[in-house]
Design a protein around this ligand. Structure first.
Ligand code: PGA
Length: 249
């Protein structure tokens, strides 16, 4: 049995005070029966680490450098993130891919950089609306996965998590249906299982894209949906807690 996991991606939102209040509210209602993670902006990670200390909540970064150390102005390394309390990091979120030009190659380098620095990557994959409409969903997602498999090997997935996030569902209020998501989740798992049955069975595949309390239950009822990567709704403690409760059932 894979333990459900819910990850809240705060993106570039909040102030020191609002981030503190949000995290305190989530800690106060910490749900049993699932793993819970939040991804604060870099600058709030230190504060968040202090707050989550006595809880079971873990911290993930939203992004990291593809290099380990050196003259890379403005970048943050995996090792720094570990030192400041992160156990995981998102890699290849579609906003990084689309808005900041991260290619499959850069995403793969960041995946390896995370592992080398001691962070478990949460690899985000997903197709655009045009790609879905052209019937290319499977192709695109497999290509994104393949690029990482090529450099990290299946061993790289032993501690990792995959998040299927259709780009057209992110921040739009329009989620994939549970069946649409399940089809892609099954594909991801079976591709990894081809390389290692053990990794395929064990790896958690999260769904992301307009997850809300209203659709969480239906999504989590699917065999291959092991939790969620939540954006907008993770900024609202009540909604986020309800999603966590749905995952724990
Ligand atoms: P959303 O974002 O829940 O606001 O759609 C999901 C994500 O970007 O991870």
């Amino acid at each position: 049995m894979r333990k459900p996991l819910v990850v809240g991606n705060w993106k570039m939102n909040g102030s020191r005070e609002s981030a503190r209040d949000l995290l305190r509210a989530v800690i106060a209602k910490e749900t049993e029966g699932l793993d819970l993670m939040v991804c604060p902006p870099f600058i709030f990670i230190d504060m968040a680490a202090e707050l989550v200390k006595a809880s079971g909540i873990e911290l993930a970064a939203q992004n990291l450098a593809s290099h380990q150390v050196g003259a890379f102005t403005g970048e943050v390394s995996a090792e720094m993130l570990v030192e400041f309390g992160c156990s995981h990091t998102l890699v290849g979120h579609s906003e990084r891919r689309v808005l900041f030009g991260e290619t499959d190659e850069i995403v793969a380098a960041k995946f390896v950089s995370a592992l080398n620095g001691g962070l478990a990557p949460i690899l985000c994959v997903g197709e655009s609306l045009a790609q879905r409409e052209a019937g290319e969903t499977d192709l695109v997602v497999m290509q994104q996965l393949e690029e990482v498999l090529k450099v990290a090997g299946i061993a790289g997935f032993e501690r990792s998590i995959v998040a299927y996030e259709p780009v057209w569902a992110i921040g739009t209020g329009k989620s994939a249906t549970a069946e649409e998501a399940e089809t892609v989740h099954r594909l991801i798992r079976s591709r990894l299982a081809e390389e290692s049955k053990q990794v395929g069975d064990k790896i958690r595949v999260l769904y992301g894209g307009s997850v809300k309390p209203e659709n969480a239950k239906e999504l989590f009822a699917m065999d291959n949906i092991d939790g969620a990567l939540v954006g907008g709704a993770s900024l609202d403690a009540k909604a986020f807690i309800e999603i966590c409760e749905a995952a724990a059932k």
